[in-house]
Design a protein around this ligand. Structure first.
Ligand code: URA
Length: 239
């Protein structure tokens, strides 16, 4: 079996750049056949079992990525003319078939998951899963306790569509938080519009039990930790 530098072996999986691989190894996040190795230049049997944060990083493993979506990117795998969230991802991840889980509008910012695990994505998006999503919105107008009550009862959109009961919290002058348990087209904007509260800005804070990492600036991303993957999967299992 050929022996290869550890940082090269990790980079070859397509998970990250060479310098990121070196950082992960030095931080003690990488194990080889169950033992943590902290020297990125150590020569390793290329058939060894590699783990990052206890999670296998071989080609059979999946990628789970959290992106702080900036305004201006389409939530699509590709588009002929406009930049998409995939353009914010490293080439190696795109080659692994990463795609967005659900969608945010072009002007919406905040938490977006990307993965190459179709089963996981399907379960997060599926209406049957009722995974909660929390948004913060700046609105034109002054929300009232009557609006909170209307959300609690279930909003009827202007086209007659009835939404599931949802949470509306008034957080300050023209700022609300909305928690929904489904994912209709432009749902938050349409729900608030039905109460004469047009949305000026929209930001997603949380999906299920997973919050957007405050350390990520718009456009930045990172892999989910094993704990976070478990948090979201547990949420799905309990549905
Ligand atoms: N609801 C919307 O109206 N827009 C989004 O981007 C997400 C939820």
């Amino acid at each position: 079996m050929p022996f290869v530098r550890l940082d090269k072996l990790i980079t070859d999986t397509g998970l990250c750049s060479r310098s990121q691989a070196r950082d992960w190894v030095r931080q003690g996040r990488v194990s080889v056949n169950g033992a943590v190795v902290t020297d990125p230049s150590q020569k390793i049997d290329s058939a060894a079992a590699l783990c990052l944060d206890g999670r296998p990083v071989d080609a059979g493993g999946h990628l789970y990525v959290m992106l702080h979506k900036p305004a201006g990117l389409l939530t699509a795998a590709r588009d002929a003319r406009k930049p998409t969230v995939l353009d914010a991802m490293p080439e190696a991840w795109k080659r692994r078939g990463l795609f967005p889980v659900g969608r945010l509008d072009k002007d919406t910012t905040g938490l977006l998951l990307l993965t190459d695990d179709g089963t996981f994505a399907h379960r997060v998006i599926s209406p049957k899963s009722h995974v909660s999503k929390l948004y913060e919105a700046a609105v034109a107008g002054t929300p009232t306790p009557e609006d909170v009550e209307a959300f609690r009862e279930g909003i009827v959109l202007k086209d007659g569509t009835r939404c599931l009961p949802a949470g509306l919290e008034i957080c300050g002058e023209g700022i609300v938080r909305v928690e929904i348990f489904e994912g209709k087209y432009h749902q938050i904007k349409r729900m608030l519009a039905s109460r004469n509260l047009p949305v000026l800005e929209l930001h997603r804070l949380r999906i299920g039990g997973l919050w957007l990492d405050e350390k990520l600036s718009p456009g930045e991303y990172r892999l989910l930790t094993e704990e976070e993957i478990e948090t979201i999967q547990q949420g799905l299992l309990s549905k």
